[in-house]
Design a protein around this ligand. Structure first.
Ligand code: CA
Ligand code: CA
Length: 494
């Protein structure tokens, strides 16, 4: 009876401590990713183009220095363009980056380190140089489509339609992005079988998942058809590899992204919080974190109502956005933004170079400039993309910043260390806690992340123990916690 009483008391205590919402656990999904544009990252053979061997050489930097164990490589398949978002062969590696052997070697080194890699998979369109498209056009023009299956791989028309380009006279094909990127006919079961073979091939090689490009263009802005396709893709991929991680690019308002979580893919990038006009930057400029923390928690609730295992994928900038260092006026703001997105629920993505405040905006090439490893040593340094019209000032390298305890890179390292230390941030259901001050206060099970987005000291009512200070300072008092301006910390209830 006494024993029963103790157990009952224990249960009551446990129930009393548990946040109202059920804990959310999806531990098999990694907590942080690092996005790499291979051409601009590290050149291993001195030809001026970054390559897979270069990524392999920099694994210790990514994992041991930064503390990130998961990579997203932008497209690496053979392609005529510098960015490679128009594939000519889904089963090979672009020559400038290496070959299948260098990919196997990279994956093997990553496996030894317990690191994972997701590939960019471009399924909306191929390159117009892809053999499928060439054969389809030739058959269309010679009236021999009955002899090939490839005419049905794309969407042809006898007349102009929106999003179509003309090839030869009187033959039009869907090519929503540019004429060199013909859209695939994703309704065609043969095309879906091709996709299944491609996915199987890369899983067999050791790839852990995929970043799906341009998911809202699969069927131009038809959310329910895009969701259906993603659902098919997710089921297909996870039948082959149940541990696979799938993240989609849907560059649309968050309300539409939330609906696409019905597909049950793991993640979509959170465009609402990212970029110069996103909620993180706006909140920092307004010096108000409270509305942001509520928005973040509400969004996570919303996406999990569509997919209980949904993992939000926040980021600050990516290869399509101006670099965050180009729109923040000072390093204090850059550090605060890093503290915020790297302690958000889900799986944050760091774009290479954000950790050193790499700059670049305007044309796309400027957003994909060479990583700056060292000022005096040009080993591994890549050439910028050909048409870039902005030159990176080689003034703030990884090497120099690592020596400076106050640098941006050391701030990134600190925040990442804290994220890795508290796995609750990746697995718990986030709860935004109200405060009297404009503070960002987010509870993850037993811990609370606090950011003061203002320059002034702010107070949080209650009794707290400080677990870790990410930046700035804070002092606990009898009934409140005083948080200095621009401070970020992890606390718990006393
Ligand atoms: Ca190279
Ligand atoms: Ca399409």
């Amino acid at each position: 009876m006494k024993k029963f009483g103790i157990i009952l008391l224990g249960i009551l205590v446990l129930v009393g401590c548990t946040p109202q919402k059920k804990a959310y656990v999806h531990p098999e999904v990694p907590s942080l990713y690092y996005e790499i544009f291979v051409a601009s990252f590290y050149d291993s053979n001195g030809d001026g183009v970054g390559d897979l061997e270069g990524v392999k050489e920099k694994l210790p930097y990514i994992q041991e220095t930064l503390g990130v164990s998961n990579l997203w490589l932008m497209p690496i398949n053979p392609s005529p363009s510098y960015h490679k978002y128009d594939v000519v062969d889904y089963y090979d590696i672009d020559k400038s980056y290496g070959d299948i052997e260098s990919m196997k070697s990279l994956l093997s080194s990553m496996k030894d380190r317990d690191m994972t890699l997701i590939m960019d998979l471009v399924l909306n369109h191929t390159s117009s140089d892809h053999p499928w498209f060439k054969e389809a056009v030739a058959a269309k023009q010679s009236g021999t489509c009955s002899e090939t299956k490839y005419c049905d791989y794309y969407n042809f028309s006898d007349s102009w339609q929106k999003g179509y380009n003309e090839i030869g006279s009187g033959l039009w094909y869907e090519s929503v992005f540019t004429e060199s990127m013909p859209d695939l006919n994703l309704d065609n079961p043969d095309v879906r079988n091709e996709i299944k073979e491609i996915v199987t091939f890369w899983f067999n090689l050791g790839v852990s998942g995929f970043r799906l490009d341009a998911t809202t263009h699969f069927y131009e802005d038809e959310t329910s058809k895009n969701t259906e396709f993603l659902s098919w893709f997710n089921t297909m991929a996870k039948e082959i590899n149940p541990q696979a991680y799938i993240v989609g690019e849907a560059w649309v308002p968050n309300s539409t992204i939330a609906q696409m979580y019905d597909s049950k893919i793991d993640s979509f990038f959170n465009f609402g919080v990212s970029q110069a006009q996103g909620d993180i930057v706006k909140s920092i400029k307004k010096e108000d974190g409270q509305a942001l923390s509520k928005k973040v928690a509400d969004y996570n609730d919303e996406i999990r109502s569509h997919n209980p295992k949904a993992k939000d994928a926040p980021f600050l900038s990516n290869h399509d956005n101006g670099r965050s260092a180009s729109y923040f006026t000072d390093e204090k703001e850059q550090k605060l933004a890093a503290s915020i997105y790297l302690t958000m629920p889900g799986t944050p993505f760091i774009y290479y170079g954000e950790e050193i405040g790499l700059k670049g905006s305007g044309i796309d090439e400027n957003k994909r400039l060479p990583m700056i490893w060292s000022q005096k040593d040009d080993k591994g340094r890549t050439n910028p993309p050909k048409n870039a019209d902005y030159t990176v000032p080689f003034e703030s390298s990884v090497e120099d910043q690592l020596k400076d305890s106050q640098s941006l890179i050391n701030h990134y390292i600190k925040v990442i260390e804290i994220r890795n230390k508290y796995s609750q941030i990746s697995t718990a259901n986030p709860i935004s806690l109200p405060s009297d001050a404009p503070l960002y206060v987010m509870q993850f099970d037993d811990i609370i992340v606090v950011h003061n987005l203002s320059s002034e000291q702010q107070s949080l009512t209650g009794k707290y123990e400080i677990l870790d200070i990410i930046s700035g300072d804070a002092k606990g008092q009898a009934s409140q916690l005083n948080v200095e301006g621009y401070s970020s910390l992890v606390i718990k209830h006393k």
